[in-house]
Design a protein around this ligand. Sequence first.
Ligand SMILES: *Cc1c(COP(=O)(O)O)cnc(C)c1O
Length: 469
Amino acid sequence: MIKQLNEKQKVLARIPSVDELLKSPEGCRWLSAFPRKVVIQAIRTALEAERVSLLAGQTADIVSEALTDSIDAWIKKLSSCSLVPLINATGIVLHTNLGRAALSEKALENIVKAGTGYSNLEYDLETGKRGKRHVHTKRLLRQITGAEDALIVNNNAAAVLLCLNTMAKGREVVVSRGELVEIGGSFRVPDVMTASSAVLREVGTTNKTHLHDYEHALHENTGLIMKVHQSNYQIKGFTSEVSIDELVMLGRKHDIPVMYDLGSGCLVDFKPYGIYTEPTVQEVIKSGVDLVSFSGDKLLGGPQGGIIVGKQKYIERIQKNPLARAVRVDKLAIAAFEATLMEYMDEECAKEAIPVLKMLFQPAEAIKKRSQKLAAALRKATEAADIRVVREMSKAGGGSLPEAEFETFAVQVRPGGISVNELEGRLRKGSPPVIARIREDALLLDARTVREQEIKDLVRRVAASLKAD
Ligand SMILES: *Cc1c(COP(=O)(O)O)cnc(C)c1O
C-alpha cells in the first residue's frame, strides 16, 4: 500500500511544470500562434486532468505525446467561440434552442453595414439634432400592418411586460382562463402580469369563455382587456373563445383599451397553405384593437425583437415609460428588421428571400429532391449504414402553428457498425455540429431545414461519424 503510494508520488513529481512546458519547443510553437493567456490556461487544465487521472490510477505514467495532444486540444477549445453555427437536420424551422429564425441575405448585409462604423441610429440627418431609433422601422411597420404607430423592443416578452406596465400598473387586466399560456423558458402570462405590477383578473374557464364573462369583470379599476394567442397549443372539443372583434367592441363600450399578444405575428396569409389558426397582424389591426405585440424572430423571420403596433396615443405613452429604455432594441436588430420588413413590400419575394417562409412554404417535391441528393451523396461516401429516403411530417416549432403539420422528406440512416445513439452523439459533438432526431434504430436527417450549401459538410460528418473504431 505504502509502496504503491510512493510509486504514485514519484510519477506525480515527474509532471512537468507550466514553465517547463512553455519553454519546450511545443511551448514556443503554441506561444507564437496563440495568446499567452490561452496557452497557460490550456496547459494548466491539461496538467490538472493528468494529475487526476494519475491519482485515480487511470493512467500509469506520463506520456508526453498524450500530454501535448491534450494541450493542443485545450488550446483549440479555448481559442474558439462557444456559439457556433450548426446544421439543423431536425426539420423544425423555428427551433428555439437552435436560434429560431435564420436571417435573409439582405438582413445580414445590413447588420454588417450598421455594425461596421457609425450610423444615424438616433440622429436626425435633416435637422442635425437628436433623433429616435424607432423611426427606422416605423414607416415600414405602419405600411405593412396598417397600424397608426409602431415600436420595437428587445423581444415579445419585453413587449408584453412594457405594455402591461404602461397600460395597467396597479390596475386589473382581464384575461380568459383559456389563454393563460406558458411559452417555453419561463414566460407565463400570470408571472409577467405580476412582474409588470398589473393585477391579473381571470375570466371564464379553461375551455369556454364568453363575452359576458369579460363584461362582468369590468369595473373602474380595469386598465386593460388582453387577448393572448394560443401560440403553442390548442384547446379542442367543447370550447369557445371571444374573438378580438367582440373584445374591441366591448372595450369601446366601456372605454377600456384592448391588447392582443399575438405571439408569432405573421405578416403573410397562411390560409392558402392550409393553416387557418394563425391570424395575420393586418387582420388583427383591422379589428380596431388598440395594441398588438408579437415576436420578430418567429414566423416573421427577422432578428430577436418584440414588435408593438397600434394606436399612436398608446404607443407614445409606452415610449415614455422608463422601462422602454431598459428593453430597447439594439442597432444590429434594427438594421436586420429594416431589411427584413422591406422584403415584405412584395410578398412573393418575401417568401423566397426570408428563410423561415421559404423553408415553411417550400413544396414537398423540392424537399424530396434535396433529400434524394443527400442520400445519393451519403451512399457514395459510406457503406456503413442503410440509407433511404422516407416521407415524414414536421412541425413549424418555436411555439407557433401547433396544429400544422408539413409534409417533408428525410434521409433515414440506420448504422451498421455503431449504435444510433452513438451516431447521434458523434454528430452533435463534432464540427460543425449536426442536430438530428432518432426514431427507433435509425437517425432521421430532415431535408426541410438542411440548406443546399450544407449538404457537403453534412455528408462528410455523417460518413466520418459512421466509422467503427
Ligand atoms: C413567443 C411568445 C411570447 C414571447 O415572445 P419572445 O419573442 O420569445 O420573447 C409571448 N407571447 C406569446 C403568445 C408567444 O407566442
